[in-house]
Design a protein around this ligand. Structure first.
Ligand code: MG
Length: 201
């Protein structure tokens, strides 16, 4: 199982990081050892500086596929879920590439619920709360690269397998996590809501 993530897929998030808008999707991986479920603690590593939440809409692949078209994408998606792309922000800036910043154990909370009755032509909302306070709220309608485009693009790079997860980038409003916080990422679509809530230690 692999987790493939997208950088800078909302215009205003690219701006808040001071980065140029991408001409094509910037993708990266998290190891499966970073994945945790609802209620599991996000463990802040020592001496890495700031660690941020990034609430994201994710899709779970239901069928092995390679080099599929955008039109074929809905058929290979099992469902939509909520993911927190936890990021060691200072490390990300220092290293220049993102592997270490994104890969610490516990840095990939994923909901255990799926929205299987989805329609990718309809908006998908994402919300992030820290200690109950709303920090991020946005819609798939504001993505630079749509979910069908992204999944097709990634499938032309690597074979996607059943159970793989693709995260679609975070909207504006990122911010730090501190020990003792509780962070919640929710995804809302067609009247259904799935979430992943984790304490930070
Ligand atoms: Mg992200």
């Amino acid at each position: 199982m692999k987790v493939v993530l997208t950088g800078l897929n909302y215009i205003n998030h690219a701006r808040e990081l001071g980065m140029d808008l991408p001409e094509y999707p910037i993708i990266f991986l998290k190891p499966s050892t970073a994945v945790i479920g609802p209620g599991d603690p996000i463990v802040l590593p020592e001496e890495v500086g700031r660690v941020d939440y990034e609430g994201e809409i994710a899709v779970v692949i239901g069928k092995r596929c390679k080099a599929i078209s955008e039109e074929e994408v809905p058929k290979v998606i099992r469902g939509i879920t909520a993911l927190n792309d936890v990021t060691a922000r200072d490390v990300q800036r220092r290293d220049g590439q993102w592997t270490r910043a994104k890969s610490y154990d516990t840095f990939c909370p994923i909901s255990d619920e799926l929205i299987e009755d989805f329609d990718l032509s309809q908006p998908i909302e994402v919300e992030t709360r820290v200690n109950g306070r709303l920090r991020q709220r946005d819609s798939s309608a504001n993505m630079i690269f749509s979910i069908p485009y992204l999944v097709s693009f990634i499938s032309r790079v690597m074979t996607l397998e059943e159970g793989d997860v693709i995260a679609t980038g975070t909207p504006p409003g990122i911010g730090p996590l501190n020990s003792g916080d509780e962070v919640e990422v929710s995804v809302i679509h067609k009247g259904r809501r799935v979430e992943v809530v984790n304490p930070v230690v």
